[in-house]
Design a protein around this ligand. Sequence first.
Ligand SMILES: NC(=O)c1ccc[n+]([C@@H]2O[C@H](COP(=O)([O-])OP(=O)(O)OC[C@H]3O[C@@H](n4cnc5c(N)ncnc54)[C@H](O)[C@@H]3O)[C@@H](O)[C@H]2O)c1
Length: 336
Amino acid sequence: MKVGLIGCGGMGTVHNLSLKELSKYYDIQVTAAADCREEFLNRAAGLWTGVQKFQYGKDLIEKSGVDVVHICVPSYLHGDLAIQAMEKGINVFVEKPVCLGREDCRRLLEMEKKTGVKIMVGQVVRCFEEYKFLKDVYDHKTYGKLKSIMMHRLSGDTTWGWEDWFHDINKSGSVILDLHVHDTDFLRYMIGEPDSYQVHAAKFKSGMPNQVVTTYEFGNVFAVVEGTWDISSKMPFEAYYRASFENATVVFSSLHDPHVSIYHQDGTVTSPDLKPEYDVEDDLAGINISSLGAYYTEIKYFVECIINQKPIKVASLSEGVKSVLLILGELSEAMK
Ligand SMILES: NC(=O)c1ccc[n+]([C@@H]2O[C@H](COP(=O)([O-])OP(=O)(O)OC[C@H]3O[C@@H](n4cnc5c(N)ncnc54)[C@H](O)[C@@H]3O)[C@@H](O)[C@H]2O)c1
């Protein structure tokens, strides 16, 4: 399977390293790469032999003859490139958020229906062991019914983006589409669509939201979810949840060791043995990601769906679109 990597910055590097590891077990190879920054392009291409190099993603799609593209460019470019690739019959892995607008959501779904190519969205939280564990205990009512859940995703200010695209609301959709979408998407995956929600937001001096707190109601269950790009780039990254079930409270923090603790009603505290299937730390990407684990898992799943001609179920296009549509409603509230 010939893979084209479009965008060789932070997330492109994470994809490239994961694909390299996967190529030990599957017949896949990155045969083409695109990035308008030569240094990043050469670094990505250097991991493989004989890679065709392109400055822009659109040329790679047009000329490289690949079977699959991984779209890891800034978010405002996702929609057009994914549609162009699908039109060419190329399977697509597109980073989250799948796109930034309602019209692109519509066009993407239409193109998927028309072409039948496989497309998966990088809503990677669905593949993290700690969140898979939470969904499992929720589905099986291991600790009784869920009563409430607090979640947050806190990041230092984003300083690595090409042309500072994260700080332009038209290019990133702000922290709401970029970071908060992860937890919202996971809640939808686990519980379903919320009945209602309320949004509070704070903004950078530029007027773009950098902190959002949304309260969702799902029947009797409520969720309070914060997404923040702090004003300081030094704020340590933390992903967190505290899920209160009838018989136990399950707490996860990416900063805790162990990551997940279960506080049982009888006063005992246990911790599940959770290990990613590929546990390698690599800071080559230069972004707030230390372990390749869940990224490896989601890309492996995508590769297997293509090889075995199975439908994408874990993070399908329609799921990515539903999360974006919900989040766009939240962004409108935040901007009022
Ligand atoms: N799943 C996750 O956890 C996660 C984490 C970080 C970023 N992301 C997503 O990944 C995407 C990329 O983010 P990033 O942090 O890697 O950004 P980045 O700025 O580090 O990298 C983007 C790269 O795209 C290149 N580029 C820009 N326009 C291009 C074009 N037309 N053709 C080819 N290359 C082009 C830039 O030169 C840059 O190297 C975003 O959509 C972001 O939301 C996902």
